[in-house]
Design a protein around this ligand. Sequence first.
Ligand SMILES: [Fe+2]
Ligand SMILES: [Fe+2]
Length: 307
Amino acid sequence: MLSTRDFIRLSLETHLFFLRIMKEHSFFLQVAFTPIDEGYIERANDFRMEYDRLLREVIYLSNGAVSQDVLQSGEVVTPYTLDAEIATSNFTGVRIPTQLTEEEFRIMSINEMALNPMLEEKVYCINERVIALTNALIQFKSNILNNVLTCKMFTMNYPLLIDHIMREAKLYVRTLQRFQNRESIDAGREAMEEELFWNRIMAEHAKFIRGLLDPTEVELFNTANMFGNTFDQLTADSREVQNRVENLQTVTRQSLNATKEIREFKRAGTEGILQCKIKSIIIPLLGDHTIREASHFLRLLQKFSTI
Ligand SMILES: [Fe+2]
Ligand SMILES: [Fe+2]
């Protein structure tokens, strides 16, 4: 059973990571449609702005209520987020509220003050709103994916990317539902589930990067391809661990090392894209987005290493 303190802290920490991820997914969908799908563009834009509103509320509530560990992990914002947002906004004409990013840098970690008794209720309500909105976003993503797979629609996003962001949204909803029910999860089971989930995500990031680089970027293409293979293997190993729990520590250690490496690759790549030194069709915010997801996984892996 989750204590009230943990319920509040874990909910807000989860939102600080995932709300930004969801608003960016909405943005990636929004800018990849063709002009004929005007209604879809508008719908994606509405999702994006609703997530911005929720993030604003969460930032306000998070001051003094979240751990230093999460704030420093690089999963909330990175040194590139602001520049990536400015560049991405200039490229697309979509206005991204960068003041939220600046505010996120200023969030204070847990202080010893007594918890505001209203906070628990506020967090519970926000969780409910996020679950409802994210379920609607999952439906939207699923509808787009079906249209694409039946050739009723064309978008610049890979079908695998739509499926990928749908799985991330489902994980967010599942996590929040657990908090709402005050369920605490067995540490070993959590490690197995999260490693299986995020190793697959890391493999797919590598393949997206591989497929979005300019064909002349041979060296980066090969490195991305290598990471795709490494994380395919780690995904298979994570699946195998479900039957052979004694191997969990080994898979955790290997995942930790590989994730540190892919994060550095993504970091260097995002920097290269921002400095106009890499030829690709990767929008800068997508680069930063994948760095944050690697940082989130790294924080979890570091936690799992100690169990
Ligand atoms: Fe994502
Ligand atoms: Fe992702």
